[in-house]
Ligand binder design. Structure first.
Ligand code: PLP
Length: 451
């Protein structure tokens, strides 16, 4: 039988449960409730197999920055597939899409981040970073510098290396992680962990854990620090202003490499092209993916500064993926960046949409169920609480309030994600003011129903 969009939803769900193993999904839920079958999308709107329309306030998985349905990207892919569907970039070979995209990335990224090593995803790019920074130090005559320091509740991907960099304990428990020479410090999550402390003091304290950790492990053994400028999958945790300058100071003091994981934050999400600019971070290496192609084709990369590139080019870096710089993904990404740039989408999102959304989003803090509502650019979170003053969490065994709220969102035409008792959004950058109003109204309604 032909499996198509026109099949009844129940049949599609049964076939899916029979043959498809899902990422980050409890198999039990598949059989009990059935999956949502998404059939098409346009702009910020998803349609499911029953014809329901939903506002996608998550831009897929934080990636469809350009919004759905841009034919130019489909055409760029088709053109490239006909001309050169595949060739590799190994062994002294290259092709025009990889040249053009690496040049475009260099022109958009700040400072002297001018050199891109391509991968197909953020996970692969962060795996690349682990080997890249260790190779860099070995080439500099300091092979003992192997340790990478990250944060608890960080998310850097799902491969063994990138999940080890991440600080998600349930992930570490499945598969014997972290791998060796990766250490974690506390996260700058004032709302959940700051108690009575002043948020800025707390931010400084958490940053100084980096210095303590470096001293504890031995400064001569530390290769790099990695962090998301704003933690995304951890619950959209916007750090206190004091945090990043102190992290930068400590990295500079000890001469260790600073990796900004901009997989979510990059390409306009925080209101600037890159969050490193928003926070004044000067990374040696930037991880990119997601918004690079607006999710239309899989691609990621590590963008490195001139000095790191010089050192790496002094040896053969024995690392690469068949699809490093895949020509079709590069062509799609290039077209995506061209549109984001030439149509002024990043600029408009930062200057017009973000302030408007901020007003609507922060007003959700008035809801009795909401302990805080925070947003930067087009990346926001609310914390659900039974008790605003104490910032208490809901008891985990009651089925999280977040999960309940998410289900009410779905039923009311809004896709939000929950991370425990935090609800998060990351809508396409092209969302209009009318759609922002719709988002806020539906979120309030879902909160009422969950209350
Ligand atoms: N880094 C960050 C900050 C992410 O949010 C993600 C994915 O959500 C990744 C890395 C991993 O990217 P991918 O899922 O493309 O492997």
């Amino acid at each position: 039988t032909m499996i198509t969009n026109h099949m009844p939803t129940a049949e599609l769900q049964a076939l899916d449960a029979a043959h498809h193993l899902h990422p980050f999904t409890h198999g039990h839920d598949l059989n009990k409730k059935g999956v949502r079958v998404i059939t098409r999308a346009n702009g910020v709107t998803l349609t499911d197999s029953d014809g329901n329309e939903m506002l996608d306030a998550m831009a897929g998985l934080w990636c469809v920055n350009l919004g759905y349905g841009r034919d130019e990207l489909a055409e760029a892919a088709a053109r490239q597939m006909k001309e050169l569907p595949y060739y590799n970039t190994f062994f002294q070979t290259t092709h025009v899409p990889a040249i053009a995209l690496s040049e475009k990335i260099a022109s958009l990224t700040p400072y002297d981040l001018n050199h891109t090593f391509f991968a197909s995803s953020g996970s692969e790019a962060n795996d690349t970073n682990i080997r890249l920074v260790r190779t860099y130090w070995a080439e500099k005559g300091q092979p003992e510098r192997k340790i990478i320091i990250s944060r608890m509740n960080a998310y850097h991907g799902s491969s063994m290396g990138s999940a080890s960099l991440g600080g998600m304990v349930p992930m570490h428990e499945q598969g014997d992680m972290p791998i060796e020479n990766i250490h974690h410090i506390g996260q700058p999550h004032w709302y959940a962990e700051g108690g009575d402390m002043d948020p800025e003091e707390f931010g400084l304290m958490r940053a100084r854990e980096l210095e303590e950790k470096i001293e504890e492990l031995g400064p001569e053994k530390v290769a790099a620090f990695i962090g998301e400028p704003i933690q995304g999958a951890g619950g959209v945790i916007i750090p206190p202003k004091s945090y990043w300058p102190e992290i930068q100071r400590i990295c500079d003091k000890y001469g260790i490499l600073l990796i900004a994981d901009e997989v979510i934050c990059g390409f306009g999400r925080t209101g600037d092209w890159f969050a490193s600019e928003s926070f004044g971070i000067k990374p040696h290496i930037m991880t990119i993916a997601k918004g690079l192609s607006s999710g239309y084709a899989p691609i990621g990369g590590s963008v490195v500064c001139d000095e790191v590139a010089d050192v790496l080019n002094g040896c053969e870096f024995s690392h690469g993926y068949t699809y490093s710089g895949h020509p079709v993904s590069c062509a799609v990404a290039l077209e995506n960046l061209r549109i984001l740039d030439e149509e002024g989408i990043v600029e408009r999102a930062g200057k017009e949409t973000a302030p408007y959304l901020k007003g609507k989003w922060e007003a959700l803090a008035d809801h009795p169920l909401v302990g805080e509502a925070k947003i930067q650019g087009l990346m926001g979170s609310i914390a659900l609480t039974p008790h605003k003053e104490s910032r208490a969490a809901f008891a985990a065994d009651k089925g999280t309030a977040g999960l309940i709220c998410r289900e009410h969102c779905f039923a009311n035409g809004l896709v939000m994600r929950h991370v425990g008792d935090r609800m998060v959004i990351s809508p396409p950058l092209v969302i209009t003011k009318d759609e922002v109003d719709m988002l806020a109204d539906r979120a309030w309604k879902a909160l009422d129903l969950a209350h």
